[in-house]
Write a protein that binds this ligand. Structure first.
Ligand code: ADP
Ligand code: ZN
Length: 737
């Protein structure tokens, strides 16, 4: 027995329990594996793949089980990434194992599928199968009896199909193996890379670069907030900073909110950095993704562009992290681990000694507050490139419109006039309606009943072209009931207009115009977005109507009109960020107009045209918006002026969820010592979701780490009393519905 056999490994396992587990290194294992190695371990009745995160010299209190095998290929995480995932676990209150899973390519596939191996388990003989299971016997016989294993892709399709059944019978196991040729840990980057030259910077860009580039060259942590109107040339600043970083021999991480929505940006980056660019996006197949990941790990690709999860890309010698549209809500993951990609990016940059560059025309209150307080250096780019004017904004009062027209129509007369003028001058138009479907709800004029989801406390949306009512929260689909299910009155009325109905109204108002719709119903499947955006870019579409998908960073020089319908609807949501989100969306979409040589205009339809948020958005006046909004957050003690954790307790039975929420609140109160501010427990704004009742507790405190620590201890205190699966903890939530 070797001495190492006495060692105990601390293993992070991807289960929602916030602790690591101890396993022994059996004598039959080869050399002691490095930290960050993947190991197969028994966990309860299952086998799971975990990661070695530490060593313990003394035996644990309960007898430890042995590690079953170490996956080949060496560690998947280097010490820096281990420490980053540990931060994610401790800050977002998930297990280290869960954080590690989030940091690896999806489904643990640091291992291309082709490298999976099927192995016979001891004693698995084909004559132990029933005689009629011919195909199954053949499949088992294709796998060597000596346990040496065969690559799954080397089996015939018929044999492959039987593998799951053989695994189910306990005769065969499938092992993820990593190509042995993959180096254990990445080589150092270090060699300079020259990007292709870009356009000469404008005076405003040059001024900003004068501060930024020396910091990139210096190679120490600094945080910058690049604040400039839409179309001010921020992207060009990111690319210049990236070129500088590669020239210095370090690597670049460039995060965008949703990569499928920004194909044109990706081509622009590729033109300059193609030799070293790796684009990580969900459209890649598993193998492709794993291959890209490996190329980054080996240091062959040193410029990674990707969405949220790319924040964990295995780059070494990181010198620059760009977070484009840093205010975007899609940086926040809405399932465990509920991390915020932008905030993890800042932590990663700090640990790596890199520059982090956040950019936006409408920064999050968090980032702008940091810039005001001096934690971030503010780089103001000012107005648009070449002083192209920002679009002129008009707000149409829809109450007045309805009074004058005498009926409810989605498009106001002014909107139709503006659209006709725009198309008459060969311009293109974008029309935003941030709600898909034909009608957001159906209601009975006789009894007042609203057709709701049976599982959620939300109205069902009528999708006329699909002929279905759909719940946008849980996906439930039902046929149109025809008559009111409650009182059998035979005519249901449509309330409001979604993108489908708006598209229809546009066709009626603009005969002959080429109109297309972009929302999640029309752009399913890979590449559909991109195809639509490219057609719009080539001028093959006159009017593109859609949800917030059309508002994101696109740069279409021929768009001279942006229309927004029901702009103030989202202001009514019971969420402290409702104003911020509405302002951002309106400013973003307004910024799509007039980016080329011709000036743009924006027409916003609203029911409450005097609302201050709409006024600020109309004048595209971020700082006035910021000052008012931050004052409101200060009074109400909301972020960024205090840290916030949302706890939701869910259960099929309302009373049980309420009881559990009450015990969590009690545990928090025991923690608080006057320093935590508790709101609730009370029913959440969306009281029921997917058949589960929801009770909410909001916890606030001036200090983030103190708050997270207190919540962690309180949740540990109720362990056993409240099932883990009933609790959803969201640190720094972006929405509290
Ligand atoms: P933002 O990212 O701030 O929205 P972009 O970087 O997309 O702005 O720039 C807006 C427009 O100005 C784009 O069409 C871009 O090609 C152009 N542009 C920006 N900087 C320059 C430059 N230095 N030289 C020439 N064109 C530029
Ligand atoms: Zn539902």
């Amino acid at each position: 027995v070797r001495e190492e056999a006495e060692r105990y490994a601390s293993v992070a396992v991807p289960v929602p329990v916030r602790r690591e587990f101890t396993y022994t290194l059996g004598a039959e294992l080869p050399d002691r594996p490095s930290l960050g190695s993947r190991v197969r371990v028994p966990f309860g009745a299952r086998k799971v793949v975990g990661t070695i995160v530490g060593w313990e010299e003394s035996p644990p209190e309960i007898a430890a089980k042995p590690i079953e095998s170490v996956l080949p290929g060496g560690p998947v995480l280097d010490p820096a990434m281990l420490s980053l995932t540990k931060f994610v676990a401790d800050y977002y209150l998930c297990s280290w194992g869960e954080a590690i899973e989030a940091a690896l390519p999806p489904r643990g596939a640091a291992t291309p599928r082709a490298r999976r191996e099927a192995r016979r388990l001891a004693g698995a003989r084909s004559d132990s199968l029933p005689g009629r299971a011919v195909a199954m016997r053949r499949a088992l016989e294709a796998i060597p009896a000596d346990g040496s294993g065969v690559a799954v892709h080397a089996l015939t399709p018929a044999e492959r199909r039987k593998i799951p059944a053989l695994v189910g019978l306990g005769l065969v196991e499938v092992v993820e193996g990593i190509d042995r040729a993959t180096p254990v840990l990445p080589e150092r980057a270090g060699t300079p890379i020259e990007a292709r030259p870009g356009p000469a910077p404008s005076a405003a860009q040059a001024a900003v670069l004068e501060t930024l580039l020396p910091a990139v060259r210096e190679g120490a942590y600094r945080a910058f907030l690049l604040y400039g109107a839409t179309g001010s040339g921020k992207t060009e600043v990111y690319l210049r900073a990236a070129a500088e970083c590669l020239r210095a021999g370090r690597s670049v991480l460039y995060l965008v909110p949703e990569i499928g929505l920004t194909p044109l940006l990706v081509s622009r980056i590729a033109e300059r950095f193609s030799g070293t660019l790796a684009v990580l996006h969900s459209g890649l197949g598993r193998t492709e993704r794993a291959r890209t990941w490996d190329a980054v790990r080996r240091g062959e690709r040193r410029f990674v562009v990707g969405a949220r999860s790319a924040v964990f890309a295995p780059l070494t010698e990181l010198g620059l992290v760009v977070v484009d549209e840093e205010q975007d809500g899609s940086y926040k993951q809405d399932e465990r681990p509920r991390y915020h990609g932008r905030d993890v990016a800042v932590v990663r940059a700090r640990e790596a000694g890199a520059v982090v560059l956040l950019g936006s025309a409408t920064p999050s209150l968090e980032s702008f507050q940091h810039a005001r307080s001096g934690r971030y250096t503010l780089l103001a780019l000012g107005g648009r490139f070449e002083e192209r004017p920002l679009a002129k904004v008009r707000i149409v009062d829809m109450r007045k419109e309805y009074r004058e027209v005498g009926e409810v129509r989605p498009l106001s007369r002014e909107m139709i006039r503006a659209l006709r003028e725009c198309l008459g001058e060969e311009g293109q138009a974008l029309v935003l309606r941030n709600r898909r479907g034909w009608a957001p709800s159906l209601y009975c004029p006789s009894c007042g009943n609203r057709i709701s989801c049976t599982r959620c406390s939300l109205a069902l949306t009528w999708h006329r072209s699909a002929g279905l009512l759909r719940c946008h929260a849980c996906g439930l689909e039902r046929p149109h009931p025809g008559a009111c299910p409650t009182c059998h009155h035979d005519e249901l009325r449509e309330i409001g207009a979604g993108t489908e109905k708006v598209e229809d109204s546009l066709r009626e108002a603009l005969p002959g115009a080429r109109i297309e719709r972009m929302d999640r119903d029309t752009v399913r499947g890979r590449g559909a977005h991109e195809a639509l955006l490219r057609r719009f870019d080539r001028g093959e579409i006159d009017v593109l109507v859609g949800t917030q998908m059309i508002a994101k960073g696109h740069d279409f020089p021929n768009v001279t009109l942006v229309g927004v319908l029901t702009a103030d609807q989202s202001l009514g949501l019971p969420d402290f960020r409702a104003g911020e989100r509405t302002f951002q969306l309106l400013t973003q979409v307004a910024g799509r107009a007039g980016r080329g040589s011709r000036p743009g205009r924006v027409v916003i339809q609203a029911f409450d045209p005097a609302h201050p948020i709409l006024r600020d958005a109309a004048s595209q006046d971020y700082e006035t918006f910021f000052d008012r909004e931050i004052a409101y957050r200060r009074v109400l003690r909301y972020p960024p002026l205090s840290a916030l954790v949302q706890i939701v307790v869910e259960d099929e039975r309302d009373a049980r969820a309420a009881t559990w929420a009450a015990s969590i609140a009690a545990a928090l109160r025991a923690e608080e010592q006057g320093r935590l501010l508790l709101t609730g427990p009370s029913p959440a704004p969306i009281e029921r979701l997917r058949g589960r009742y929801r009770h909410q507790i909001l916890v606030r405190s001036a200090g983030r780490m103190r708050l997270v620590g207190a919540v962690d201890r309180a949740l540990r205190a109720v362990e056993g009393a409240v099932p883990r699966t009933a609790i959803v903890v969201d640190v720094d939530p972006t929405s509290v519905l």
